[in-house]
Write a protein that binds this ligand. Structure first.
Ligand code: NAP
Length: 254
């Protein structure tokens, strides 16, 4: 695992041991980013992503860090400063949901867990990124992409309204932060996936959710993590140089 890099493009992807985050990390490496992928507990999977990137000639580093724990996030960014250099891109990807249920059966602890990871984690990672990227702090600018969800506007009734509401907070973070740092060289955008084939549905107790729901999608299929990653990489790139505060739906028309 290379511990130093001279790459000018340094990306942190949170929650990139699996699923959409792993696809973003792999595609970003192909586009010349030195990539730090964070994970919560699945070190084996994170190391596999690193190995595949390094095996293809890229630069990657895996760091265990719970985005819901502020000191973990601070340590994550400090480790990237030391190993890869100043971060130029952040993808707030780490996100969780819990077992499908109705609001009347949710307790405060569950809702707090969802918001701690999905919302507060994204805020604290964005804070650390802005402190490094902003021209007001001596940085050279950068790009942030937040993973929202179509759930923020569909509401996820009977499944996880808490998760959907956390993604609505991400939509607002995207709009507000984009305006706050637009004149400081930082673009902030979001990608809003529909139903994508990853492990997240199993954590909701419904591992076959994508196939169960795909007929509701105008394209009549679920999406892949790679299809989401392509939209994220476009938003990070200079091709999106006049795009900020925007959300791209990657949801097959739903
Ligand atoms: P996933 O397959 O369940 O993977 C989740 C990733 O996040 C894993 O790498 C996991 O690490 C990491 N993670 C979980 N909690 C974390 C924490 N507290 N701190 C750091 N990392 C953490 O999820 P996914 O489907 O790829 O989802 C990625 C993002 O897309 C999420 O924000 C999700 O809400 C959003 N999204 C997904 C879909 C979909 O249909 N899949 C649709 C809309 C939006 P470990 O491997 O170590 O556990």
């Amino acid at each position: 695992m290379p511990l130093t890099s001279t790459a000018s493009k340094v990306l942190i992807v949170t929650g990139a041991s699996r699923g959409i985050g792993a696809a973003i990390a792999r595609l970003a490496a192909q586009h010349g980013y030195a990539v730090c992928l964070s994970y919560l507990g699945n070190r084996v999977a994170a190391d596999e992503v690193v190995a595949s990137i390094v095996g293809n000639g890229g630069v990657a580093l895996a760091v265990q860090a719970d985005v819901a724990v502020e000191k973990d996030v601070v340590r994550l960014f400090a480790q990237v400063d030391a190993s890869l250099g100043r971060v130029t891109a952040l993808v707030n990807n780490a996100g969780i949901l819990e077992r499908q249920t109705r609001v009347e059966d949710m307790d405060a602890a569950r809702i707090s867990r969802i918001f701690a990871t999905n919302v507060i984690g994204s805020f604290i990672c964005a804070r650390e990124a802005v402190r490094r990227m902003s021209t007001a702090h001596g940085g050279t600018g950068g790009a942030i992409v937040n993973l929202s969800s179509r759930a923020s506007r569909l509401g996820s009734p009977g499944e996880y309204v808490d998760y959907a509401a956390s993604k609505a907070a991400i939509d607002t973070l995207t709009i507000g932060l984009a305006k706050e740092v637009a004149a400081e060289g930082i673009r902030v955008n979001a990608v809003s996936p529909g139903i994508i084939y990853t492990d997240i549905h199993a954590s909701g107790g419904d591992p076959d959710r994508v196939d169960r729901m795909k007929d509701l999608v105008p394209m009549k299929r679920g999406g892949t993590a790679e299809e989401v990653a392509r939209a994220v990489l476009w938003l990070l790139s200079d091709a999106a140089s006049y795009t900020t505060g925007a959300t791209i739906d990657v949801a097959g028309g739903r």
